[in-house]
Design a protein. Structure first.
Lengths: 219, 76
């Protein structure tokens, strides 16, 4: 018996789909699903290759390593898209939604590759470089040394161990956030949130001691 | 270059920042709004706040914009 694909594919309770997105969903749910999956895989590979090429100038590796990252990212993105396609809400075009998975996989795999290659190295003298990174020096006036000393004291006194570890890695040692994700076996959201909370606590502590103005309610 | 306010700006946090997970959930809609000529910062102020502060998510945003543009150019 021939089973017809639904005439109007539905997203999961979202807005009406554009024609191209509807066609993708129909194809992925229809009898020629295999061909649609292959077409999607090719599209995701193109996105992943484009993304590694876009980032190539910022990376200390290239060539076949980037090719491998793109291939793995496309494969993992395909798995993610197929697993989540029934939850696609149609708030964007299907191709934009699917491409997002390829971009995120590229990010994640670059982070992992960095970690496998270089690990996470923390420099005990990293505090000495911090003022320059924030544009602080003799030309900034006489108070900057006290501000840095107060910041260092606040890092020691008001942050939790985990917040301090994350602050020291990302802020002092410039460890990329996605690399620290791998090192701590965590996820981007959790690391970002920990750093966000650390920044908020440090700002409040410095403001309470007169080194900075109070945090504005909104930015 | 000297910028005495850089540290203060770095430590400032935006209370509407929803974090990476929620921002990335809406990133595709944010990008399509932008590429359709809309104002994603107005439609998704929380995502915009996050992208201003989160380097990795901002990089993903740039990548997705570039990818969608390439796809549309290739489709003619």
């Amino acid at each position: 018996m021939t089973r017809c694909p639904p005439a109007v594919p539905q997203s999961a309770g979202g807005p009406d789909l554009d024609e191209e997105s509807a066609a993708w969903l129909r194809a992925l749910r229809g009898e020629r699903r295999e061909a649609a999956v292959a077409r999607l895989r090719a599209r995701l590979l193109g996105v992943a290759r484009g993304e590694v090429n876009r980032r190539a100038g910022m990376l200390p590796f290239g060539g076949s390593e980037l090719d491998d990252i793109a291939e793995q990212a496309a494969s993992d993105a395909l798995v993610a898209v197929l697993a989540k396609v029934d939850g696609f809400r149609g708030e964007s075009r299907f191709t934009t939604w699917a491409s997002k998975f390829a971009i995120l996989e590229v990010s994640s795999k670059i982070g992992r590759h960095f970690w496998q290659r270089d690990g996470v190295r923390l420099d005990p003298d990293a505090w000495d470089r911090l003022p320059a990174r924030f544009g602080l020096g003799p030309e900034s006036g006489v108070e900057w040394r006290q501000t840095i000393l107060a910041l260092r004291r606040a890092v020691d006194e008001v942050l939790s161990d985990r917040q301090r570890r994350i602050f020291e890695a990302i802020v002092l040692n410039e460890v990329p956030l996605d690399v620290l994700v791998v090192e701590l076996d965590s996820n981007r959201n959790a690391i970002y949130k920990a750093l966000f909370d650390a920044r908020r606590k440090l700002r409040a502590e410095l403001a309470a001691n007169g080194y900075m103005g109070p945090e504005p309610r909104t930015r | 270059m000297s910028d005495p306010n850089a540290l203060e700006r770095f430590l400032a946090t935006d209370p509407v920042d929803p974090g990476c997970a929620k921002a990335l959930e809406m990133l595709d809609a944010y990008v399509d709004t932008l590429l359709a000529g809309g104002d994603p910062e107005k439609r998704f102020p929380d995502v915009a706040a996050h992208l201003r502060d989160c380097g990795p998510c901002s990089e993903d945003f740039e990548g997705l914009v570039a990818a969608v543009r390439r796809g549309r150019e290739a489709a003619g």
